[in-house]
Design a binder for this molecule. Structure first.
Ligand SMILES: O=C(O)CCC(=O)C(=O)O
Ligand SMILES: [Fe+2]
Length: 217
């Protein structure tokens, strides 16, 4: 059900996200974005040739390397280059401000990329940030796949510490969003059986030294 059509996130959704992050450290939200925005994002991700998807790498900065044993998806960073990206980034900026206002997390900015998992692609178990060594505080993933069925797999599996069984399985269904503490939860993307589109993003704190934002992407 669509709860909102204006160019903003639903207030109740924001309140729920903040409550669940406080209690559990993660939350899953259905119908996250205004439907028009989610549709436009899907169209852009799946068919806008100005986006040049590149094989995703792991690690940061100079240590980045492509390792298709770990992840085999392709990504394209959002940089406000289209009206659609502008709408999405504005909504996430609103969310950033609201989370800071309610939870005092001191989130400083938000970086995000489209991700495309083709048939057979996966992302093995990992954490998005290692304790104390990153400024990624909250991870978000918005899924853009209409008509996803169980047989398509490609679920996000979330784990507690070293446990082998996931405590949460998130299907990558259209306009569903998951937000979680980046250092807290190992997770993996099960091999997708069909094209799978999403936007992964990170709210970051500012650990800048000498005016340089640390670390850059
Ligand atoms: O697409 C997903 O469900 C998760 C992606 C992910 O873990 C990442 O990009 O770091
Ligand atoms: Fe991740």
């Amino acid at each position: 059900m669509q709860r909102h059509d204006a160019g903003c996130l639903d207030e109740q959704v924001i309140a729920t996200i903040c409550e669940q992050l406080t209690v559990y450290g993660y939350c899953v939200v259905a119908d996250f974005l205004p439907e028009l925005v989610a549709n436009a994002l899907y169209l852009e991700a799946s068919s806008d040739h100005r986006l040049s998807f590149k094989q995703a790498a792991i690690g940061r900065e100079q240590l980045q390397q492509v390792n298709t044993q770990v992840r085999s998806d392709s990504i394209a960073w959002l940089n406000n280059q289209s009206e659609t990206q502008g709408l999405y980034l504005k909504l996430m900026e609103h969310l950033r401000i609201e989370i800071n206002r309610r939870l005092f997390l001191g989130l400083f900015d938000y970086e995000s990329h489209f991700a495309h998992y083709g048939q057979g692609d996966f992302y093995k178990r990992h954490v998005d940030a290692f304790k104390g060594s990153s400024n990624r505080l909250l991870s978000s993933v918005v899924y853009l796949n209409a008509d996803w069925v169980k047989a398509d797999q490609g679920e996000l599996l979330m784990f507690h510490d070293e446990q082998v069984s996931p405590f949460l399985i998130v299907e990558p269904i259209f306009n569903q969003c998951v937000i979680f503490l980046s250092e807290q939860f190992p997770h993996e993307v099960r091999t997708a059986k069909r094209d799978r589109y999403s936007i992964a993003g990170w709210f970051r704190t500012n650990n800048s030294i000498g005016g340089q934002i640390d670390p850059p992407r």
